[in-house]
Design a protein. Structure first.
Ligand code: AHR
Length: 507
């Protein structure tokens, strides 16, 4: 192991910043591979414990994360999904081909009622993504009425006939997805014209207030964001002319090329560095989109929603290339912890983020196998360890002394990442040591409050490639961090190489 690095981090506990919305810890479930079917939904006749076909072990594991919202049904799938095919008796529901993901038949057995039941079981807010690409304005408008209207109306009668009397609350509504690509291959201007019409007819019924999210850019496409911002009315405050409350952006950590993304578990240390450099770039990407938004909306009334993020690797050997099933190693967990530090810093403009995706697809929380076994991934543990940041107040963090950045391919990687928040009489500090070889001795110089107690948790493993399997599910799992000690300036701790830690401080 290399010599330990040293760092001093000043944290201003009495300088409140923006609230870190719990929705930054949001999730995404698409009809893609084994996310919905096998992952969330196994059907009522399954031998696995289920409620209405929804796997109860999956629900229990996700409830432990306090997942705040769930985006559904896509992704690309959203723009070929016709919701009316997913209601009524399951045996009567027409099928369709899922042309985006594996060209397999979708039987529509998991539809609107099943999704809303899942959200109720999870205690999560639904984020429904409507179909602009191949659906009609009327179809989207009817879906909103079906879900949220009370009293008596054609869609209410249909919902009641399908067994649900009371309307649901649906706070979040996506107006299409990736309209520049799978959502219709539109130009920004073309999408804006369409989306204004669709959003207009997504009505607020009976006290349900929709937060309409326009389909946004990918990566550095600031021109797309600018086109949307020109169209968004920023009068704010619920003015009837407001058509969008937020716009989205997507950013995946793909350090290789789209053709050769690399393996989730078989990689060298330089692949690791390139991954982290790519992950760290989310800061620059969010800053770019926020800066464009600031020009049109200086009061920051329009939200930025990163509704797809995470690592995207080559699929595991012998799995369907269209199913995007990948393993999840300690490296993925560090990608997640790095993203959350960035999200916390952007919490004023960034109001929601959804990792892609929750079960069995891309950077998942949970992996299941054909026997029905369930594995918690390293990424799952980062979400769990960071729960204390949900709806907490962010506080400024200054890395006054820090390890020298690592340089590769002309780019730099900061080796230490920290963020902090305060909620009531507790502060939570998240610290990631990205150095793959050296431990980090870190002084947390805590200002503006008295430390009355502390406890810490640590996530690491002997190797960056370490991951959890059915045979060995605890290879990467949190343990107590025993190196935290009091220091005249606050606390001092030592983090092993490639590790993530949380320190809870009693104030
Ligand atoms: O998350 C997988 C896919 O990635 C989504 O369907 C699409 O929106 C994005 O390209």
């Amino acid at each position: 192991m290399s010599t330990a690095s040293t760092a001093r981090v000043v944290i201003d506990l009495d300088v409140p910043g923006p609230i870190i919305s719990r929705h930054l810890y949001g999730h995404f479930a698409e009809h893609l591979g084994r996310c919905v079917y096998d992952g969330f939904y196994v059907g009522e006749s399954s031998g696995l414990p289920n409620q209405g076909g929804i796997r109860l072990d999956v629900v229990e594991a996700l409830r432990a994360l306090n997942i705040p919202n769930l985006r559904w049904p896509g992704g690309c799938f959203a723009d070929e999904y016709h919701w009316m095919n997913g209601i009524g008796p399951r045996a009567d529901r027409p099928g369709m081909i899922n042309t985006n993901w594996g060209n397999v038949e979708e039987n529509n057995h998991f539809g609107t009622h099943e999704f809303m039941a899942l959200c109720e079981l999870l205690g999560a807010d639904p984020y429904v993504n409507g179909n602009v690409g191949s659906g009609t304005v009327q179809e989207m408008s009817d879906w909103v009425e079906y879900l949220t209207r009370d009293g008596d109306s054609p869609m209410v009668r249909l919902r009641k006939a399908n067994g649900r009397d009371a309307p649901w609350k649906v706070p979040f509504w996506g107006v299409g997805n990736e309209a520049w690509g799978c959502g219709g291959n539109l130009t920004a201007e073309g999408y804006v014209e369409l989306a204004r019409r669709y959003a207009t007819f997504c009505r607020d019924h009976d006290g349900n207030k929709l937060y309409r999210i326009a389909a946004g850019a990918s990566d550095d496409d600031l021109a797309w964001t600018e086109a949307l911002m020109k169209a968004v009315n920023t009068l704010g405050g619920g003015h009837p002319r407001d058509i969008f409350q937020a716009i989205s952006v997507h950013y995946y950590t793909v350090p290789g090329t789209w053709l050769h993304k690399g393996s989730a578990t078989k990689f060298e240390v330089d692949d690791y560095y390139r991954t982290m450099i790519k992950a760290q770039d989310i800061d620059r990407v969010l800053t770019g989109h926020s800066t464009v938004m600031d020009a049109y909306d200086p009061q920051r009334k329009i939200g930025l929603v990163l509704d797809e993020w995470g690592t995207w690797w080559d699929v595991e050997p012998d799995t369907n290339p269209g199913f995007l099933y990948q393993q999840n190693a300690l490296r993925d967990a560090l990608v997640a912890s790095l993203h959350f530090d960035v999200f916390h810093r952007h919490a004023e403009r960034l109001v929601m983020a959804n990792i892609a995706q929750t079960v069995n697809v891309l950077q998942a929380m949970l992996l299941t196998d054909e026997t029905g076994a369930l594995v918690l991934t390293p990424t799952y543990h980062v979400f769990e360890m960071n729960k204390g940041h949900h709806d907490a107040t962010s506080v400024p963090v200054h890395l006054v002394d820090r390890p020298a950045p690592y340089e590769l391919d002309g780019k730099q990687l900061e080796l230490l990442s920290v963020s902090a928040s305060v909620k009531g009489d507790k502060a939570l500090v998240s610290v990631t040591n990205l150095d793959p070889a050296a431990s980090a001795d870190v002084v947390l110089d805590l200002r503006g409050a008295t430390v009355r107690g502390h406890s810490g948790r640590l996530l690491t493993a002997p190797k960056l490639q370490a991951h959890n399997t059915v045979a060995d599910p605890q290879v990467v799992a949190p343990v107590a961090l025993t190196t935290v000690v009091e220091d005249p300036r606050g606390l001092r701790l030592t983090l092993p190489p490639h590790s993530f830690a949380t320190v809870e401080v009693d104030l």
